[in-house]
Design a protein around this ligand. Structure first.
Ligand code: IPM
Ligand code: MG
Length: 369
């Protein structure tokens, strides 16, 4: 198969982690007989520096013309004082919208080898396997009007949280369909005691849920869901929630399983899927070669699964990650007593080796003479 990809390294640790993800993709493509065609384009702060636009037309064109997009991270303190449309994040938000990527899948899976990395007791976190389904194109992130106006000292800022029934319906279906292939549980997270958006959310999700009688649907206010997520993370299967709640709860889920650096994501629903680690650009450690590339590497696995239906190839990467972790490989975010930290590149290299070792075809049985 020809895998035609656009790579958007972005800012901060983005380039370092995507480089490792590409090496892993290349090696798995080789092992399974696929051809990778890659083009790299700037986004975020890198694109602001190069072209004064966080999503240059050329970058968007390349993304729309490819079969899938792999992104590192965007964000840089250098642009903190820019107006909203000239911030690195604006490039990512526009890209999500242009790609029609309304469904953001964020798995948070606990790796047994990382028991000492979670701040939770092993018996609490063991077995955690959550799929956060975050609505990605609505809510306060995109609602109009939005503004900051007035003179210093008396300024007023406005954001608008907005949801249409059709937007809730389509993301709810994604969550229920996923639940059918998992533990058949959907927890819909909202703030229906305060927000109209959430009341509509709950009404629509309940209605869609009737089409999935085999799935157990629950509702939880977001504040209470945040507490339960640390108290009983293993109770969760699919979490269905709006844009901003999903942003917050997915970082929390990263903390629960030991490091945000482990979390991958897929943003799907449109013609071209977008894959990116959940973590940000981490400017404080950028360029040091110490970032955890596993979120990016696992995002590459999601890319193979969701954009190309290459399940064996995706599983090969995921198994390789489990293998290297169980062999004790840890980047600085995971290192601790008895586990010295390895570099970003070394972690990538070990995943490549483990993937190669597991993808060697068994071959025909030797004929006896
Ligand atoms: C994420 C990030 C983004 C978001 C930022 C960088 C715009 O935090 O993907 O979780 O808020 O969606
Ligand atoms: Mg976030």
């Amino acid at each position: 198969m020809l895998l035609n990809l656009t790579i958007l390294p972005g800012d901060g640790i983005g380039p370092e982690v995507t480089e490792q993800a590409v090496l892993v993709l290349q090696s798995v493509a080789d092992a399974f007989g696929h051809q990778l065609r890659l083009q790299r384009k700037p986004i975020g702060g890198a694109a602001l520096t190069a072209a004064n636009d966080p999503l240059p037309a050329d970058t968007l064109r390349a993304c729309l013309a490819s079969s899938a997009v792999l992104l590192g991270a965007v964000g840089s303190p250098a642009f903190d004082h820019n107006p909203g449309h000239l911030r690195p994040e604006a490039g990512l938000l526009r890209l999500r919208r242009e790609l029609g990527a309304y469904a953001n899948l964020r798995p948070a899976v606990f790796f047994p080898a990382l028991e000492d990395c979670s701040p939770l007791r092993p018996e609490v976190v063991r077995g955690t396997d959550i799929m956060i389904v975050r609505e990605l194109l609505g809510g306060a992130y995109f609602g109009q009007p939005r503004s900051i106006e007035g003179n210093p000292g008396s300024q007023v800022a406005v954001n608008t949280m907005r949801y249409a029934e059709s937007e809730i319906e389509r993301i709810a279906r994604v969550a229920f369909e996923l639940a059918m292939k998992r533990k058949r549980k959907v927890l819909s997270v909202d703030k229906a005691n305060v927000l109209e958006c959430s009341r509509l959310w709950r009404e629509v999700v309940t209605r869609i849920g009737k089409d999935y009688p085999g799935v157990k649907l629950g509702h939880q206010y977001v504040d209470s869901a945040a507490m339960l997520l640390v108290q009983r993370p293993t109770d969760f299967d699919v979490v269905l929630t709006e844009n901003m709640f999903g942003d917050i709860l997915s970082d929390q889920a990263g903390g629960v399983v030991g490091s945000l650096g482990l979390l991958a994501s897929a943003s799907v629903g449109g013609p071209v899927g977008l894959y990116e680690p959940v973590h940000g650009s981490a400017p404080d450690i950028a360029g040091k070669g110490i970032a955890n590339p596993l979120g990016a590497i696992l995002s590459a696995a999601m890319l193979l699964r969701h954009s190309f239906k290459l399940e064996a190839e995706a599983a090969c990467i995921e198994n390789a990650v489990s293998t290297v972790l169980s062999q004790g490989a840890r980047t600085a975010d995971l290192a601790g007593k008895g586990h010295p930290a390895i570099s970003t590149a070394e972690m990538g290299r070990r995943v490549v080796e483990a993937a190669k070792a597991s993808s060697i075809p068994a071959g025909p049985a030797e004929k006896s003479a």
